[in-house]
Design a protein around this ligand. Structure first.
Ligand code: DLL
Length: 436
């Protein structure tokens, strides 16, 4: 099922024409309404008259999270505050949040792209959508909520937290579709397996999971434990929230809703635009947003683009599952390490769970990496020799995968704190105080 065939299935030429028209209009608006962009464009010697179509996108300036912080809270808004009907914000562990604003039309666009997202996952008006993303300044809860309402599904706005109650409501209300972070989905699946409930009494069949990176192995684990189809959905507050791109049931890349958000892949170091298929940082330009339109917003998320047709019939470009961020990439003794590499190795081992914490520190000017990993319940934790053997094996496998030395500490099942929102998996003690 496709929610909006006109825009999701148009030919590439039609899409480029649509994007060109919208971009020209949007550049005109930001140039006149946002002093920050006018100044940036003037400094680059570019005026609205230089932007005639989508091919001129590379002439425009980039925008970064720092730009939003520097213009905190509302300076980048392109409409008077009387037109803004909602604000959201994305939190950082330090510093000020990034504030985003929506006009009434922006909220309609958001519901539309979230309706497309849910439809792509196979959700219909006959579903009960259990929204366990947090409601509030975070965009997950209300984003999923409004999209589900738009398609006419029955929304259960439970929000995050209180795992026992989540299961009770899921069971009693007959939830068929779950919306939450993948780490919380896995936690719920494990809690269900341990509870007195019988899985067969649940009607759950599909989940739309996002807001944090997760691997194919983690998908398999959620699908097997919950017996559902797990769909990856992507978005960021600055662009709209969830609903920037979504997998369809082919689960082969996330279709970008590019009639609203135009993607480019750049080299995060040289800032050069990369060709189709190359891995790099994804950058989005919003071409219909009114409240907070952004030119070439640098997400820091690493992926690639694929314009080949998809079996589902959508012609929208697909982005590969994000494999990390250019800024949460850890550099340990000069070696680049992504938390997702650690997760991939752990999920291949039958004795460990994908719950882990990476602690990076610096001792005597040398970076150290300690990996805490939870073993599965059935693992004989009291048998020292078994424990030592497994520790050694993880250490060896990890060192050859990451190409750095590290220490491994196994911990008992359920001892690493579960997150109800985005999982915290990295503690970098080298730079506490200036992390996002
Ligand atoms: O996380 C919006 C969202 C809510 C997306 C619910 C999907 C579902 P922010 O809090 O602004 O917005 O965080 C955005 O989260 O730049 C990525 O690094 C990461 N992210 C979001 N979705 C995915 C995903 C929401 N499917 C940041 N895979 C983004 C990997 C993701 N990373």
């Amino acid at each position: 099922m496709i929610w909006n065939e006109t825009f999701e299935c148009m030919s590439r030429e039609e899409m480029r024409r649509c994007q060109s028209r919208r971009l020209v209009d949007m550049v005109e608006r930001v140039y006149h309404n946002v002093p920050f962009y006018r100044k940036k464009m003037q400094e680059m010697g570019v005026g609205p008259e230089d932007i005639r179509g989508i091919e001129d996108l590379p002439k425009l300036p980039f925008t970064t999270k720092q730009d939003l912080r520097d213009n905190y809270p509302y300076e980048l808004f392109a409409v008077p505050m009387s037109e803004v009907v909602r604000v959201h914000a994305s939190s950082g562990t330090t510093g000020k949040p990034t504030v985003v604003g929506y006009t009434r039309k922006d909220l309609a666009t958001w519901s539309e792209v979230m309706a497309r997202t849910l439809t792509a996952a196979g959700v219909t008006r006959h579903d009960f959508v259990h929204v366990a993303y947090g409601y509030g300044l975070f965009t997950g809860g209300l984003g999923a909520h409004c999209g589900a309402e738009k398609i006419g599904a029955s929304v259960i706005p439970i929000s995050g937290g209180n795992t026992r109650r989540q299961l009770q409501i899921m069971h009693d209300f007959g939830s068929t579709a779950l919306a939450c972070t993948p780490s919380y989905a896995l936690h719920l699946a494990e809690a269900l397996m341990e509870s007195d409930y019988n899985r067969d009494e649940f009607k759950l069949r599909v989940g739309t999971f996002g807001a944090e990176p997760w691997t194919e192995n983690m998908r398999r684990e959620i699908e097997e434990k919950f017996r559902i189809k797990a769909i990856d959905i992507f978005g960021l507050s600055e662009i709209i929230g969830p609903g920037v791109s979504s997998e369809c049931t082919c689960q082969n890349g996330l279709h970008v809703f590019e009639d609203h958000f135009v993607p480019e892949i750049i080299d995060p170091v040289t800032l050069e635009v990369l060709p189709e298929g190359a891995d790099g940082e994804i950058v989005f330009t919003t071409i219909t947003k009114e409240g907070l339109p952004l030119l070439r917003y640098r997400t820091r998320d690493l992926t690639s683009l694929d314009y080949s047709p998809c079996r589902c019939g959508r012609t929208l470009v697909r982005m590969k599952k994000c494999f990390g961020r250019s800024d949460d990439m850890l550099i340990i003794r000069g070696v680049n390490v992504f938390p997702s590499q650690v997760e991939t190795v752990l999920l291949e081992m039958k004795e460990t769970s994908p719950h882990y914490i990476i602690t990076v520190d610096r001792k005597n000017n040398l970076d150290t990496l300690e990996l805490q990993v939870e073993v599965k319940e059935e693992f004989p934790f009291d048998r020292i020799s078994e424990l030592q053997k497994l520790t050694d094996r993880i250490k060896r496998t990890m060192e050859s995968a990451l190409q750095i030395s590290l220490s491994v500490k196994l911990v008992e099942t359920k001892t690493i704190a579960r997150s109800e929102g985005k999982a915290v998996r990295v503690i970098d003690k080298r730079k506490i105080g200036n992390r996002e």
